[in-house]
Design a protein. Structure first.
Length: 332
């Protein structure tokens, strides 16, 4: 069953009641309620219909602009074509309103019999990354409750690498990925497809989709059907300890080690000052040792803690090492 809509927040796929009962998630409803103040239903509908007409014309201009000038930046495109108003005025007709797609789509297919969920989302919640763990786990709970099965398998994709060229690295996607990994580690009967290598710079819709499907299938076979294959495990952070100037990272999922790479990048170390420096990494079987120039007493370590980078570290089964940091309290 395909039940999906692009560019959505997890809040779009949950009931208003569920959002209301969680104080942490009230900001999502507050945004909607504030936007709806002082307007009649007719006004909301008229404004949204006007937006749809504007958006249709704007998209035609945008597509023509990119065909003629494929190297234009997003800001330049808006300078030429006018401002992009997506996702339009928030209100009762906007599909991106909190609880909107839950009411109009998800409940239409509930409770059809199914074996589990495949879920790929997170990009549109990067403006509130600190809330994502709670938002995401509440969504899982909501869906399982609606299907009346607390053990219904829920398999999801961890966000890939991504950044627009003109944007600074705000590291907010790192927090979404961390929240997704935490959900996998704390919510039973879940699976996570790790795909940092499938992301693209300046393209939020990466074209390399086959590995995504393959890794989702691996997780689905394990979680939904109980077919375990240790040779298809994902290398993940387990814990760490320090000896002298070296941090030892212990992993799961890489018992045979990693594919050869001369100078693996993306590893960093920090001392008590939480100032991170690039680290030299030695890859082993279910372990990595890290050292960094100028760090005599490492306290914090992390890997791929960035919105975008070229991924080099793969276990011998071809699955990439999952991004991690050794402590959730690390400085960004």
């Amino acid at each position: 069953i395909g039940c999906n809509w692009g560019g959505t927040s997890a809040a779009n796929w949950m009931s208003r009641q569920r959002l209301e009962t969680c104080t942490e998630l009230r900001p999502y409803l507050d945004d909607l309620d504030k936007a709806m103040e002082g307007k009649t239903l007719e006004q909301h509908i008229r404004e949204f219909d006007e937006y749809l007409a504007y958006s249709e014309e704007w998209n035609r201009k945008k597509d023509a602009c990119y065909r003629e000038h494929p190297d234009y930046s997003w800001d330049k495109v808006q300078e030429v074509c006018g401002k992009c108003l997506f996702p339009g005025p928030m209100g009762p007709k906007n599909e991106y309103r909190p609880a909107g797609l839950y009411e109009t789509m998800l409940q239409r297919v509930c409770p059809y019999t199914l074996r589990g969920f495949l879920y790929y989302q997170g990009e549109s919640d990067d403006h509130r990354p600190q809330l994502y763990y709670r938002l995401f786990t509440e969504l899982i709970g909501q869906w399982r409750q609606d299907w009346e099965d607390d053990t219904l398998p829920f398999v999801f994709v961890q966000l890939p690498m991504f950044r627009y060229k003109q944007d600074a690295d705000h590291k907010h996607w790192c927090l979404i990925r961390e929240a997704q990994m935490r959900a996998y580690q704390t919510v039973k009967h879940t699976g996570i497809a790790v795909i940092p290598d499938c992301g693209e710079l300046d393209n939020i819709h990466p074209t390399d989709k086959e590995p995504v499907g393959e890794r989702l299938a691996i997780q689905a076979m394990q979680v939904a059907y109980g077919i375990q294959d240790p040779d298809q495990d994902t290398p993940m952070f387990r814990d760490s300890y320090v000896t002298g100037n070296t941090m030892h990272i212990r992993l799961t999922g890489a018992p045979k080690g990693f594919l050869p790479v001369e100078h693996p990048t993306g590893f960093e170390l920090a001392g008590a000052d939480r100032i991170f420096h690039p680290a030299e990494a030695v890859l082993g079987e279910n372990q990595i040792t890290l050292r960094a120039e100028g760090i005599s007493e490492p306290v914090y370590g992390r890997y791929a803690w960035t919105n975008y980078m070229e991924v080099q570290v793969f276990s011998k089964n071809g699955i990439p090492l999952a991004p991690f940091r050794t402590s959730p309290q690390d400085a960004l």
